[in-house]
Design a binder for this molecule. Structure first.
Ligand SMILES: NC(=O)c1ccc[n+]([C@@H]2O[C@H](COP(=O)([O-])OP(=O)(O)OC[C@H]3O[C@@H](n4cnc5c(N)ncnc54)[C@H](OP(=O)(O)O)[C@@H]3O)[C@@H](O)[C@H]2O)c1
Length: 309
């Protein structure tokens, strides 16, 4: 075990979060962050339980969120962690719907798109951590119709059955663009984009006048060597569109308040948590590859240790 100094905590990692931004860091494409050198720890957020505390305000047994990296134990500075309550189950929801991906969905819909009651909303990567939460939050905030885009029939049916989307279109079927047009006879008021590329183009084409687009992710470019050219700005002009680039770090101060609100939604069953779990840290690389190939169903989580000990 590493030595624990004043102001630090020794954690046993219970859950490790796998997120697409880690792929961007490893490729040297994440907001100027340098990739780790070979032999160093792969970055990642974890939910851990305090084993040893040398920091005021924390005791053995407390649960915290921290930048633990891909490890089963980590020493972290206490002023860099967030304490979490034990009021929601599973606790791993603090890494997903009640955590950073959830805040991303909420910030995009509430703060940027300023979604209003009765609006028609389209969400891509609808079965994923951000997209699945965004669809449910859009409903909570009063959207009248929420349609998802996802990459398989299985993802689509889970999105409708588990998350309560009104419908979901598999964009790998040949007539998906016709289905999209038919799903929005009045046009799309808000598009929450996790993907970019062809899906963004299709959403833009079907946008209502004065529609808003939240640009959240670029999943279609995960494996692209070069950045493709964007759509002709004429389309944005014709639609009188508003575009919002979203960076969740801008909303970090709201994380605790959001987690509390999302926790209540989870307890009331207004917000359903769907996870793609694997047991054992040794399976993290394989599970991460699955996420980067788009084969995950819900929030990708590695269970590193038992929740209660
Ligand atoms: N802006 C921010 O601050 C912020 C914060 C958090 C996350 N994000 C972004 O939000 C997006 C969703 O994040 P998440 O954690 O919720 O991930 P996720 O949606 O659970 O997983 C990514 C999904 O991307 C889709 N995808 C589309 N094209 C793909 C391709 N070419 N290769 C692989 N996957 C592809 C897949 O779903 P389908 O099969 O349904 O297409 C896949 O399941 C990511 O792009 C992430 O980088 C942004």
């Amino acid at each position: 075990m590493p030595e624990v100094r004043a102001g630090e905590l020794l954690l046993r990692v219970v859950y490790l979060s796998l997120d697409p931004y880690v792929g961007s860091i490893l490729r040297g494409r994440h907001m100027g962050e340098a990739p780790p050198e070979p032999g160093n720890v792969i970055p990642g957020r974890g939910l851990g339980q305090v084993l040893v505390s040398k920091a005021p305000g924390y005791s053995a047994g407390d649960y915290v969120l921290a930048e633990t990296g891909w490890r089963d134990h980590a020493v972290v500075k206490a002023d860099c962690v967030r304490r979490v309550g034990t009021g929601i189950a599973p606790l791993s929801a603090y890494l997903g719907a009640a955590g950073m991906p959830g805040l991303t969905a909420y910030a995009g819909l509430h703060h940027l798109a300023k979604i209003r009651g009765g609006e028609n909303v389209l969400i891509s990567s609808a079965a994923g951590a951000v997209g699945g939460t965004a669809g449910q939050i859009a409903k909570i905030l009063g959207a009248s119709r929420v349609i998802g885009l996802a990459g398989s029939d299985k993802k689509c049916s889970l999105t409708v059955q588990n998350y309560g989307f009104d419908d979901c279109i598999n964009y790998r079927t040949p007539d998906w663009q016709d289905k999209l047009r038919a799903a929005f006879p009045q046009g799309i008021d808000v598009y929450f984009d996790n993907v970019g590329g062809e899906l963004l183009m299709a959403a833009l084409t079907n946008l209502a006048h004065y529609g808003r687009i939240v640009l959240c992710g670029l999943a279609s470019q995960y494996h692209a060597e070069e950045r493709p050219a964007g759509p002709n700005p004429g389309l944005y002009i014709a639609k009188r569109a508003q575009l919002f680039g979203l960076v969740v770090y801008d909303f970090e101060k709201e994380q605790d308040a959001y987690s509390e609100m999302a926790g209540e939604w989870i307890r009331q069953r207004q917000l359903v948590v769907m996870e793609d779990r694997v047991d054992g840290l040794e399976n993290a690389p394989h599970h991460f590859e699955k996420l980067m190939r788009g084969e995950n169903l819900g929030k990708a989580i590695v269970v590193v240790g038992p929740e209660a000990q």
